[in-house]
Ligand binder design. Structure first.
Ligand code: ARG
Ligand code: GLU
Length: 717
């Protein structure tokens, strides 16, 4: 039996076509670098079909989701699946929107939400959906602008100015938006020109028991059974162009929408992910890797563990607290868990050792090639990372345990900003209105008891961090040293009671502001801010500036050293293509994970006593009666699958496509053993996780009964 399994595995591995797997490629350059390799791996279309400026192409159906004030740092990706601007993305991408529309009476997180007509689709102020119109290499112009500029700070300033000039000229007289970003650590620059839609509505979302099935327990883990999808719609003005939110807007008619394939995929089949990966750091040196694995990640993990312990307890105790803290907890837990996986992966794959070997090779190359430009580069890296260590740690505590620790501290920094404008502004009334709005929004999801508990934990950790004393603000030391007064200060504070705070804002005066500023909590917040501003940031920024010079030279050097290798740029929240194949993997000795999960697996996990595994009755009934519609395969409904596509945060919601460019899944996660792929990708173990489109359709159609959405889509069976 065992022999057969091993033979089978070997067979599977051997017969998989060899594909590069690693890499997040620039759509505009696929023709030059990738398309042959992609076609060899099973891709049936052309590079023009993916990205074209002359005809409708797949890129026209991919959307970057963002916020109005920073639309180009896409927090997620989505894909258009109908000629009426219907968009699918992840449940966790819309989580904030679903949560914002939820109350105890209409608890869409718990019960799901399905608009039964266009009229019922819910507006989400501030959310944007960007569609790439074209991109352009602007490297030469940027490099020309900085010719002969040696000082790194003025160089950055010059680049910024030149970017703004080019961006403005590119979109003059249009309603498009242009954005230039550096690639390869600033060795290249590309401009992306977008249509940015500002009216994005919530159309549907399954209840969390489906959309977040497995919760934070299963997060970052394979095998997985999460129906992590939701449905949005882009609205445009009558002219089909981006418009302000308005009831007169109409569903956007896209140039292209994805055809959906419900035919299913097999291990070894080609897949590609087309979306907006946020940040990767594939070209870091061993010094950086060591610092992340030994200093940054472990300390941030420790702080968040303490915070999560408090939040999870609160959420388990009360339904309202669960609503209030669900989105916050998910976001705290997400990075917390990833950082732990990263540490493990970096250690297991001896990433730092591998980097050290590469650095040695580089040094040898520099010596033998007589290339003096790069002489001493690795030694300077070493010195800078040593210098950076203390600052990075101090910043981790200041931000994770301090300013981003208890929420009240965040509120205080916000008020602090407003107070600073108060003296200068003419329009004090408008300022008050703004403050009242913020106050209301804050208190909608705030619980004083929970936050005080968090604050205490944060102070305790901050104070016992083992850092030299000058890295811990005096006010933190004082409050943490003697917590007996803390309850009293907290209780009495103007800021810890909504009515009190609203009254305070209502008759804001210079005098009352002065009084508020004297509160111990306020002074502590200021103490941390001052530490960051005066002790940490100036030197850290200086180090970062020097590092960015090295980083630029490092990549340029590597490219020179390996002229035959095709490099891909680190993710930077711009549109990329990753391609690979459906594949299982061996997480550890003696175990092989299949690349598919099914509805049966959900039923296996069912446990009404565990919140994350409480399967809804309706789903169990569909299972019992085998009411699967046309979405089943081998008598079961496929739920999730994994593939070797190289993805990262921001790729959430990205379309996973088959060789013909049909939508077969929605990307939403990566598997635990390979989350170090932001720093080192390994096709052996790095897997992206997608929800199978057939599960999405099954839930929309059979579970939620939202036929009108299915009817909009173009599905091939
Ligand atoms: N790990 C996925 C990502 O990085 C999903 C996160 C949301 N889910 C959760 N359980 N917190 O975004
Ligand atoms: N869940 C991630 C996101 O929100 C995608 C998973 C990853 O980091 O690869 O973008």
């Amino acid at each position: 039996m065992r022999k057969i399994a091993i033979c089978l595995l070997a067979f599977v591995l051997l017969t998989l076509p060899s594909v590069a797997d690693e890499g997040m490629w620039i759509p505009m350059l696929l023709k030059k670098y990738n398309i042959e390799d992609m076609q060899k791996a099973g891709f049936k279309l052309t590079a023009e079909d993916i990205y074209s400026i002359n005809q409708a192409s797949l890129k026209d159906a991919v959307v970057g989701l963002g916020y109005e004030d920073r639309p180009f740092s896409h927090f997620c990706t989505g894909e258009i699946v109908s000629d009426q601007g219907l968009v699918i993305t992840n449940h966790h991408c819309s989580y904030g929107m679903i949560q914002a529309h939820s109350t105890l009476e209409h608890n869409y997180l718990r019960d799901g939400f399905w608009a039964s007509s266009l009229k019922e689709e819910l507006i989400n102020p501030g959310i944007t959906a960007s569609i790439l119109v074209r991109m352009e290499d602007v490297t030469e112009r940027i490099m020309k602008a900085v010719e002969g500029v040696a000082d790194e700070a003025s160089r950055a300033e010059k680049i910024k100015e030149e970017c703004e000039r080019i961006e403005a000229a590119a979109v003059e007289g249009t309603n498009l938006k242009a954005n230039i970003k550096p690639y390869f650590n600033g060795n290249q620059y590309f401009m992306c020109v977008f249509k940015v839609f500002r009216d994005v509505r919530l159309v549907g979302a399954p209840n969390s028991a489906i959309g977040k099935f497995g919760g934070d327990t299963d997060n970052w883990v394979w095998p997985r059974h999460t129906g992590d999808f939701s449905v949005l719609r882009i609205y445009a003005g009558k002219d089909n162009e981006p418009a302000e939110v308005s009831e007169h807007n109409v569903p956007y008619k896209p140039a292209k929408s994805f055809k959906i394939s419900a035919r299913g995929m097999n291990e070894g089949d080609f897949t590609m992910v087309f979306g907006y990966p946020g940040t990767t750091k594939e070209y870091l040196t061993s010094y950086a890797i060591d610092q992340i694995a030994q200093v940054e990640n472990p300390n941030k993990v420790k702080i968040r563990t303490a915070k999560l312990n408090v939040i999870n307890e609160a959420m388990a105790s009360d339904e309202l607290l669960r609503i209030k803290y669900s989105a916050k907890a998910a976001s705290v837990a997400n990075a917390w868990k990833k950082w732990q996986g990263e540490i493990k992966g970096l250690e297991r794959f001896r990433t730092a050792d591998g980097k050290r070997r590469m650095e040695q090779e580089f040094d040898n190359w520099v010596r033998t090639s007589g290339n003096s430009e790069y002489a001493g580069l690795t030694a300077r890296y070493k010195k800078l990372y040593e210098a950076r260590r203390g600052y990075v740690l101090a910043l981790a505590y200041a931000s994770e345990a301090g300013l981003g620790g208890a929420e009240i501290i965040g509120l205080l920094s916000l008020f602090d900003k407003f107070f600073k404008v108060y003296e200068e502004t003419e329009d004090k009334e408008a300022l008050k209105v703004g403050l009242l709005e913020r106050t209301k929004a804050f208190y909608k999801d705030y619980d004083v008891v929970t936050d005080l508990r968090i604050l205490k934990e944060m102070l305790r950790l901050y104070n016992s961090s083992g850092m030299e004393e000058h890295w811990i603000p005096e006010e933190v030391r004082a409050l943490a040293g003697d917590m007996s007064d803390l309850d009293k200060w907290f209780k009495k504070s103007i800021f810890t009671d909504q009515a009190r705070l609203e009254a305070f804002v209502g008759d804001l005066t210079s005098k009352s502001i002065a009084k508020a500023r004297k509160e111990p909590l306020y002074r502590m917040m200021q103490g941390i801010q001052t530490l960051v501003k005066e002790q940490i940031s100036p030197r850290l920024n200086e180090i970062q500036r020097e590092l960015s010079m090295l980083d630029r030279a490092w990549i340029a050097g590597l490219m020179e050293m390996r002229p035959d290798k095709v490099f891909y740029p680190d993710a930077n929240s711009t549109l990329r293509v990753a391609y690979g194949k459906i594949a299982g993997y061996a997480p550890r000795d003696g175990v092989y994970y299949l690349p598919y999960t099914t509805l049966s697996g959900i039923i296996e996990k069912d446990n009404p006593d565990i919140y994350d595994y409480n399967v809804p009755e309706r789903l169990k009934e569909l299972y019992r009666t085998k009411d699967f519609g046309p979405y089943a395969q081998d008598g079961d409904v496929p739920v999730c699958f994994i593939a070797t596509n190289h993805t990262t945060g921001g790729n959430s919601g990205s379309p996973v496509l088959d060789g013909e460019g049909n939508l077969v899944g929605i990307n939403f996660d990566r598997a635990w053993e390979g989350v170090m792929s932001d720093m080192q990708y390994s096709s052996e173990i790095c897997r992206n996780i997608a929800v199978d489109i057939r599960y999405v359709l099954f839930i929309i159609d059979k579970y939620a009964g939202a036929r009108r959405l299915i009817d909009e889509m173009d599905i091939v069976f």
